[in-house]
Structure formats: C-alpha cells, structure tokens
Design a protein around this ligand. Structure first.
Ligand code: NAG
Ligand code: NAG
Length: 807
C-alpha cells in the first residue's frame, strides 16, 4: 500500500510542476484517507533537505486554514494526514481542490511551498432536497406542458457528480434537462400523453438521479401527481330510449319511469341535471322530471282518446354544460273511461199500427272513443217491445219493428236503447224513445152482449126510454166513436121504427108508441153500431123487447049473452036433482097470467040456497032439490074476477026459469032491468061508426082478401104448435039499447086453456094498422079495438060484415 501510494505521489510529482522559487512541491491525495497513517509525501526527500536540517531549521508547517488536515513529521521528514479530509467540505464543487501550505525553515530562513491536491472519491450520492413532491395537474393539460422538477444534488464532482435522471413510469411524461443561460440545469417533465383522471386520478412517478461513480450511486424522489378533473366527459344515458306505459286518468304525481345518466367526471363536472326539452307540445305540460334523480312524474291528466303516446325528450347536462339526450316513449294504456255515445239520427214518433214488420223507426249512431274492447259497443233494447235493434253498418243501428203492431194492445212503447262497451267494468248509456202507435180503424164496435132482452110494461108513455145498448170500439177517437142505428125491419108488417127509436149517440132505445100486451107481446129488431172510421166498421145486435102485461082488461063474459031487451033464461026442470048443471058462465080475460086467471062467485041470487057457482069453472049447479015452491023466475048475479093486482071484475046476470014448460017461462020474464052501464059510453062512438061503416064497406071487401091470406098463413104457423089447443069461437053478443045496436067483435084464435096462468091468447089484429092514438088513461084493449072499429066501420053496416073484415 505504501509503495503504491508512493508511486502515485511520484507520478503526481512528475506531472506537477514544482515551482523553482525556493522550492516547491505538490502532492495529490484522495480525500477521506485514514488519519495519521497516510503519508502525504516525503517532504525531506522531495525538497532535498535532510532530517537534521529540519530539526535545526526548526521546520514548521504553515498551513493557514488547512492546518488541521496535515502535519509535518520532522523525524521522518514526511507529511501525514492529521484529520479526515473531505474534499466536499473543503472545496465544495471547486476543482481541482488543493490544500496550500508552506514549510518555513530558520537559520537560514527558507521557505517552501507545498500544494496538496485533494482528489474526489464518490462518496456522495445524488440527493434530492425532498423525498417526494406533489403536483396537481388538470387532466385537461395539453401535451407539451412542462413541469419543473427539483434537481438532485451530488456533492461529488466530475465523474462522481450527477450524471443523469431517470423518470419512471414513462406513460405520460418525458424528462427534459435543459441548461439555462446561467449554466444551471433545469429538469422538467413534459406531458406527452394526456392524463385521464377518469382512468387514474393519482399518478405516481419516481425520478431517480444517478452519478457516474463506481459504484454508481443514486437518489430518488417520488412524484405524486393528483390529476385534477376537467369536464371532459359528457353525461351518458343508460339507454338512448326508454319505454314506459301509463294508464290514462292516472293520478297526478304517478311515477312513470326514471332515466339515469352517468358522468365520468367528478364534482360539479359530474353533477347531472335532467330536464325535459320538448318545448311546444303537451309533453312539457304533462310530465315533470326530477332534475336530480331523473324520475318522471305525471303532472296533468292523460287522456288516451286525445293522445295515445308521448315522446319526451330528456336532456342530462353537467355543470360544465356537456349534455346527452334520450327519448322516453310513453304509451298511454286505454282505460274504459268513455261511455258509448248514442246519437239519434232520425226517428219517427208515430207509426201506424198497420205498419209492416221491418219498418224502420229510428236510426242511430253509437260511438265509443275508447279502443279495443273498451270501444266495442253492443246495443240492446228492452224486450217488451215489438221492435229489434239491428246493426246496419259500422256503428250504425236501426230500430225496426219485428212483429205486427196493435194499437189496441199497446198504444205507446217506451223503447230504451242501451249500448254498452265490452270493457271491464263495462260502461253503458241508454236513451229512451217513445213510439206512438197511430190508430187504424181495425176494430168494429162490439156490443156488450150478444143479444139483448128488455122488458117494458104495456101502456107505457111514448118516448119512454126502455134501455140502453152499448157497444165499445177498441180503436181510438173517431175510429171509436160509435153511432147506433136502428136497422130497418118490420114488426107485424109495420116498420120497426114506428115502435122504437135508437138514440144515435147514446144507444138509448125509446119506445115510440105505447105498447099493448094484448096486441103484441114481444118483437125484435137489430141495432147496428157503427164507428166513425173510414171506411166505417159496424156490427149488429138483436134486441128483443118483451112487453109485460098489466091488468088492464076486466074479464069478459062470453056466455050467457047479456041480451038487452029479450030475456034469455036457462030452464031448470022442477024435477032436476041436486047438482043439476044449470048453465056455465064462460068468461075470458085478454090479459095473461094472473091477470087472466078468473074466478067465479055468486054475488046475488033470488034464492042463495038453490044455486052455486063453480069457483074455477063457472058452472052453475043446483045445490038442493028443486021444489014446487021455488019461484019460476030465478035471477043470479055472478061476478067474475081476475087475479090481477088490483083485480078487475065483470058481473053477469043469469036468468033461470024453474019450469017445466016454455009458456010458463014466458009469462014470468017480462021486465028484467037492463044493465046499461056497459053501453053508456058507446053511444057516441056508435053514431060515429055508423057514418064510416058505409064507406069502409067497399074498402073492406078489398082488404078482406089480403087479410084472409095473411091470417091463413099465421094460423098455419100457430097450428103447428105441439100444445094442446082448443079452438074456441065465441058467439058475438050484442047489447041492445033503445037507440040501436052495438057490435063487439072479438076474435080469439087460440086459447090455451090447460092452465089459465099460462094463458097466452093471440089476438086478431084490427084491420087497420093505423098508428095507435094514445089514451093515457088505463083504457083497455077491448075499448081500443072498439074505438078503432068504430072509426073504421060504417055505423049501419051489418055486424056480419065487420066481423068478416076483422077476421
Ligand atoms: C213511457 O214513459 C212515459 C214518461 O216516463 C210514461 O208517462 C208512460 O206511461 C210510459 N209508457 C209506457 C207504455 O210505459
Ligand atoms: C148482423 O150481423 C151478422 C153478423 O154478425 C150478419 O150476418 C147479419 O147480416 C147482420 N144483420 C144485419 C141486419 O145487418
């Protein structure tokens, strides 16, 4: 080691020039040599001084400020390292670095200059002032942006000094060293690739500084780059289009959907606000978007019928003004919220009852704005009508009749048309039409009964209303206005209108004349009821009028004939036994029933003990043996009473001669008092009648033939009856007054005598069919006939003739 160093020193010595003044020597030693051990130089030898001289010359080293590093060893004549030599401490970056010292000798004074050059060894690494450094760099920094870095410092010099830098990783930055004007060096990193905060928001780099020593030394500094966000990212919607559905009529505030957008930026640059950008259409008014969370809510009323879908344009924007947009397609789901609307397009309020089936009554149009099932409409009508509803074409319906109409069954129909859609729940609406059925005269008047029977008591006052027929007509108004008309017919050859009249309006049947039961017991006729339609309809009914009997006729005694002047007597032989039938009082009563039920009583008698009268049969019989003492002339008064209420009666005087021979009788009967009462009121008529009779005699002859024929026919009909009949032709009887003869004419065609209660005698009709002249008093039939006869007959025509006429 020593040797090597010596050689070195030698080398140095050879290189360095030694000053020729006073002698001068240079040495070179590396720094950081071990203290005391290392010989810097053999000064004695190099300066050519011997050791003794050193001692004698009191050689000393004058080293100034560097004194402490080296010392002079006089004994050995060498320079030794006294202390550690740090080149960097002594010279810093100055090179070469040398220590300057002088050796001063005395006796004689000698002066030697010594230069000790300190050579550098690589004992210092490059160092940075700090371990780490931070930057904040916006990601938006442009390429080429420079960032000045701390330099490293290496105290060593030359080769051992700082040689190079290394920056790792090299993704974004490159290192650039630049020497500035003043010779100092600048270390910069230059952005060569943009930073992206979104990828890496904290970039860490290591800058390493290397020196050139051997071994190489290095120092590092960590560089932390916080990447500052720049608004380099626009918001992005998760979908470019969203679909949503909303029920129509959904309440306000219903959430429809949410949209989301994301922004890679942070902070304000990443804060997204949502907005609806539709400007003019409804969507803007109907929807609201929460600007922070993108929730879309309903703001107004949604009507499917108005709009079926909406396009909402939504924008998301960050604070930096970058935006994205998307569309939300909102489909409105139909709700069944519309009733069908029924529009009557035309209708008839009234149709004739004779309208044919399929007559169109109304046309209507039905609309439902809803869609699909909700808008499918079906219409029905109430089924108690003779109509049907028929769909004609799209949404059109017609109401037609489907059966015969009958106003009389139903004159009005309330037709309720109900239209309902097929939604769930279904909505419906209805409309009611009133259809009137107009009348056609299709119903004849109908009488309340199929036939009528009415009773009227004879001797009624003419004009008396008998009863009322009534017919009803099911039609309406004029078609139902019934008039009653008496149909022409004849009763016993007389027009029925002379018997009754019918009030056209009311159907009241009036008697035109006073009826006489003894003349006519019943008759029938037809009444027609006719309505006011056009053409009119009619029907008829048979009306039978039954005339009821009144006890208006007293019994008429037919036998014995009450002769006026002459005396007729029944002969009873004195030899007659008890019960001998003297005679029989024959009486009739033209009334009927009880009114004609006769009973016979003995009213007065010359000798009551001798005769009795059969109560029922009028037979006068002896009730004891006739004796010689009994008077020849016996006079019996028999009263004949009918059973009417009040009853009427007639009396008859029966002369009985109790004698054995006719002359005996004659002498006795001379002056019976005459019963005049019967003829009193006839005198006047008799005179009148006599005047007419002669005129009518001729007429009678003509009439007689026709009457005869008619009678003959009538009797033929009557004789066909099964009832047992006893024809009875009573003899005429005449009452003679002093003034003349009165003819009473009776013509009994048939008398049923089996039961007088049922007695029903038919009377011959007076030859004249003249209108009856009414006598309101209860004058009897007999009298009336007599009256008629009196007028008709000539007063002094023979009785035989007038009988013939009547017959
Ligand atoms: C029809 O309706 C009207 C008014 O509601 C009513 O007066 C009439 O009686 C009804 N007609 C029928 C036949 O129901
Ligand atoms: C009365 O009506 C019937 C039918 O009901 C008819 O046959 C007859 O001819 C009518 N008679 C008269 C007199 O009109």
């Amino acid at each position: 080691m020593q040797r090597i160093q010596n050689e070195k020193i030698l080398l140095f010595l050879s290189v360095l020039c030694v000053s020729d003044v006073q002698g001068q020597v240079s040495y070179s030693i590396p720094e950081e040599m071990a203290k005391g051990s290392v010989v810097v130089g053999n000064i004695a030898q190099d300066l050519g001084l011997d050791i003794k001289r050193l001692h004698t010359g009191k050689a000393r080293l004058y080293s100034g400020d560097s004194a402490e590093y080296v010392e002079l060893n006089k004994n050995r004549g060498v320079l030794l390292i006294k202390d550690r030599i740090d080149r960097e401490a002594i010279c810093r970056q100055t090179t070469p670095c040398a220590l300057h010292c002088q050796i001063i000798l005395e006796n004689p004074m000698e002066f030697y200059s010594i230069t000790i050059e300190i050579t550098d060894i690589n004992d210092n690494p490059p160092t940075f002032e700090k371990n780490e450094v931070s930057f904040k760099i916006s990601e938006s920094a442009v390429i080429g942006a420079k960032f000045v870095l701390d330099r490293a410092i290496d105290l060593d010099v030359g080769k051992n000094g700082l040689q190079k830098y290394d920056l790792k990783p090299t993704d974004n930055f490159v290192l650039k060293r630049d020497t500035q004007g003043d010779g100092t060096e600048k270390v910069e990193m230059i952005l060569q690739k943009p930073l992206d905060r979104e990828k890496e928001d904290l970039v860490s780099l290591v800058l390493t500084a290397f020196d050139g020593g051997d071994p190489q030394m290095s120092g590092t500094i960590r560089i932390f780059i916080t990447v500052l966000d720049a608004n380099d990212n626009a918001p992005v919607f998760s979908q470019s289009a969203y679909r949503a559905t909303v029920l129509e009529n959904a309440p306000e505030g219903t959430v429809i959907t949410s949209v989301t957008a994301s922004d890679a930026d942070r902070g304000l640059n990443g804060r997204i606000k949502y907005s609806i950008t539709n400007s003019l259409d409804q969507a803007h008014a109907l929807f609201h978007i929460n600007e922070d969370n993108g929730e879309i809510k309903l703001l107004g009323n949604i009507d499917y019928e108005n709009t079926r879908n909406y396009h909402i344009n939504i924008r998301a924007s960050d604070d930096g003004g970058l935006t994205d947009s998307c569309k939300v397609l909102v489909e409105v789901v139909d709700m069944n919220d519309n009733k069908p609307i029924i529009n009557i397009m035309s209708k008839s309020n009234m149709i004739s009852e004779h309208s044919k089936p399929k007559t169109v009554v109304a046309m209507m149009n039905v609309q439902d704005p809803d869609s699909n099932e909700n808008g499918k409409v079906k219409c029905v009508i109430n089924d108690d009508t003779p109509l049907t509803i028929m769909p004609t074409s799209n949404n059109f319906y017609s109401l037609v009749t489907d059966s015969e109409l009958d106003r009389e069954r139903s004159s009005e129909y309330n037709i309720t048309v109900t239209c309902s859609d097929e939604g769930v729940p279904s909505l419906s609406s209805s409309v009611t039409l009133t259809l009137q059925i107009s009348d056609v005269n299709d119903n004849p008047p109908v009488f309340e009964r199929s036939s009528y029977e009415a009773y009227i008591v004879e001797n009624n006052t003419p004009g008396l209303s008998i009863f009322t027929v009534r017919a009803r007509d099911a039609d309406w108004n004029q078609n139902a206005r019934v008039s009653y008309i008496l149909e022409d017919s004849s009763v016993n050859g007389v027009p029925v209108s002379s018997y009754v009249s019918v009030s056209a309006d009311s159907g009241v049947i009036h008697a035109v004349r006073s009826f006489d039961y003894e003349q006519i017991k019943d008759f029938q006729f037809h009444v027609k009821a006719q309505d006011g339609g056009s053409p009119p309809l009619s029907s008829n009914v048979t009306v039978k009028i039954l005339i009821q009997d009144q006890n208006d006729n007293p019994p008429q005694v037919l036998y014995p004939v009450q002769s006026g002047g002459s005396v007729v007597a029944e002969m009873v032989p004195r030899s007659a036994d008890v019960g001998y039938l003297v005679t029989k009082v024959v009486a009739v009563d033209v009334d009927s029933g009880q009114n004609a039920w006769l009973s016979y009583k003995l009213q007065k008698a010359t000798d009551r003990a001798l005769f009795e009268v059969g109560l029922q049969n009028g037979e006068i019989r002896t009730i004891r043996q006739v004796t010689d003492k009994d008077a020849v002339k016996q006079r019996l008064t028999v009263i004949v009473e009918d059973n009417g209420q009040p009853s009427r009666s007639a009396t008859v005087i029966v002369n009985v001669a109790v004698a054995d021979s006719f002359p005996e009788v004659l002498s006795e009967f001379t002056d019976f008092p005459h019963d005049k009462e019967y003829n009193d009121n006839l005198t006047f008529y008799l005179v009148l009648a006599l005047a007419v009779v002669s005129f009518l005699f001729i007429t009678c002859l003509v009439v007689i033939i026709s009457v005869k024929i008619y009678r003959w026919r009538q009797s033929r009909i009557l004789y066909h009856s099964n009832l047992p009949v006893i024809p009875y032709y009573p003899p005429r009887y005449s009452d003679t007054l002093g003034t003349g003869t009165l003819q009473h004419v009776y013509n009994y065609e048939v008398c049923r005598t089996t039961d007088s209660r049922k007695s029903d005698c038919k009377f011959g009709r007076a030859g004249s069919e003249n209108v009856l002249i009414m006598d309101p008093s209860s004058t009897g039939t007999m009298q009336r006939i007599q009256n008629e006869k009196s007028i008709l007959d000539e007063p002094d025509s023979p009785l035989e003739v007038s009988m013939q006429c009547l017959h």
